[in-house]
Design a protein around this ligand. Structure first.
Ligand code: DLL
Length: 431
């Protein structure tokens, strides 16, 4: 069962629609955004050269730096009076990326979010408690509009205020919770602290996204709350949440709403397109956006694509879960490490809670890595024993070992009640 027929359309039909929409988008961007006109002229590409998606790699990339350079509205393709919503996404440094929507763009967003929620198993009779932050962040309002479009009931709790969140979950019998995976775990923990068995909460599904998480982390969530945890992906520059989502029945890759977003995977170093199945950086081109058309946006997110039809019947391309970004690679003493590699090992160790932080320092000329890890409530052994277990497990999988491992009690590692969790703290450039 799908929300919209296009989700199961024959691939040739999808392809024809994409060819047409890509050509229109390129021409539209060229005509209406100086930045794109200059970039295409410089690359020696005319809009007429783009006749089908086969031609997409002729187009230059757009990067997050371009958004910063064009702050606030240099990438807008419409006059201000046609813009009816603004959101923004803040990075770790510099100006936020400002994104805009016309009335029709908001319609597309509602549609892709309604499709996404439907694929996650949400139905009009359900109550969805939306604990993504409301405001400039696209999570809150993106989910909110999608739930309404689908005809279900939304409770706009937003992020934080955990005690009220738990009351609402119980008293209003919410079926579905939408929030970041880190907040989801935090909530389960907070429930237990208040003497509520998280498994007894009325939830059947959580729709988690906005930050990477590993499979063991998902299992932890599913088990703690006795729910199905569905991964939803998106980014402000493209629209917000609702670019892709897993289906609850198969949960094997995220269905990309290809009639609106054209995905490619490229080698993060060379920018060369990679074949189906190979992991690289996700690049997305919008196919229907009016206020902010985006050509070949380098998302920085690592994934791979598969075009096989899913067992759920959807024919749209699937992307793998994003467990890392090209820029969260940590280089310690010259060795590449992704935080997700560390997380995957640790979460499988008994009595280790999925809360950790990595601190990087430079001592003399040498990089050092310190890992702080929490044990679970039921752990009765010593710190040393657990430290040794963690060290042994990490030694088997990682080329570079943490110089120090500190094991701490439950609740010691900082949690985030709103927004996205930060796990890596690089102090190497500090004096
Ligand atoms: O995080 C939109 C969103 C809201 C998605 C709610 C899902 C749920 P931004 O703040 O612009 O937008 O951040 C986008 O977050 O490039 C990824 O690095 C990361 N991200 C988003 N979803 C996932 C996910 C929203 N499911 C950036 N898995 C993206 C891993 C994700 N990373």
């Amino acid at each position: 069962m799908v929300y919209s027929d296009i989700e199961t359309a024959p691939r040739e039909e999808l392809r024809e629609l994409q060819d047409e929409r890509l050509a229109e988008t390129v021409e539209y961007a060229y005509e209406n955004v100086d930045f794109y006109r200059d970039a295409l002229d410089e690359a020696g590409v005319a809009p007429e050269d783009i006749e089908s998606v086969e031609d997409v790699s002729k187009l230059p990339f757009t990067t997050k730096e371009d958004f910063r350079d064009e702050y606030p509205d240099g990438l807008f393709a419409v006059e201000h009076d046609e813009v009816c919503r603004i959101h923004a996404s803040s990075g770790t440094t510099g100006k936020p990326k400002i994104v805009s929507y016309t009335d029709e763009d908001l319609g597309v967003w509602r549609e892709v979010m309604a499709r996404s929620l439907y694929a996650a198993g949400v139905r009009p009779e359900h109550v969805v408690q939306n604990a993504y932050g409301y405001g400039l962040f696209t999570g809150g309002l993106g989910f909110h509009d999608g739930v309404e479009e689908l005809g279900a009931c939304v409770i706009p709790t937003g992020g934080g205020n955990t005690a009220r969140q738990l009351d609402m979950l119980q008293d209003l019998e919410s079926d579905v919770l939408s929030c970041t995976p880190s907040y989801c775990l935090y909530l389960a923990e907070a429930a237990e602290e208040r003497g509520i068995d998280p498994k007894e909460l009325p939830l059947s599904t959580v729709v988690i996204g906005a930050e990477p998480f590993t499979d063991p982390m998902r299992e932890e969530i599913e088990e703690a709350l006795d729910v199905t945890a569905v991964d939803v992906y998106g980014l402000s520059e493209i629209i917000g949440p609702g670019v892709s989502i897993e289906c609850e029945e198969v949960q094997n890759g995220l269905h990309v709403w290809e009639d609106h977003f054209y995905p490619e995977v490229v080698d993060p170093q060379t920018g060369e397109p990679l074949p189906e199945g190979e992991e690289g950086e996700l690049v997305v081109t919008s196919l229907t956006k009016q206020a902010l058309p985006v050509l070949r946006y380098r998302t920085g997110d690592m994934t791979s694509l598969t075009y096989d039809e899913c067992d759920c019947g959807r024919t749209v391309v699937r992307m793998d879960n994003v467990t890392g970004r090209t820029d969260d690679l940590i280089i310690v003493r010259g060795v590449n490490v992704y935080p997700s590699q560390i997380e995957e090992v640790m979460v499988d160790i008994e009595h280790v809670a999925p809360h950790y932080r990595i601190d990087l320092y430079r001592k003399g000329n040498l990089d050092t890595m310190e890992l702080t890890v929490e044990y679970t409530e039921d752990y009765e052994g010593t710190h040393e024993e657990l430290e040794r277990d963690i060290r042994n497990e990490l030694e088997e999988t990682l080329e570079v070992k943490p110089d120090e491992i500190e094991v701490v009690g439950p609740g010691v590692v900082d949690r985030t009640e709103t927004g996205k969790v930060k796990r890596v703290f690089d102090h190497r450039d500090e004096e």
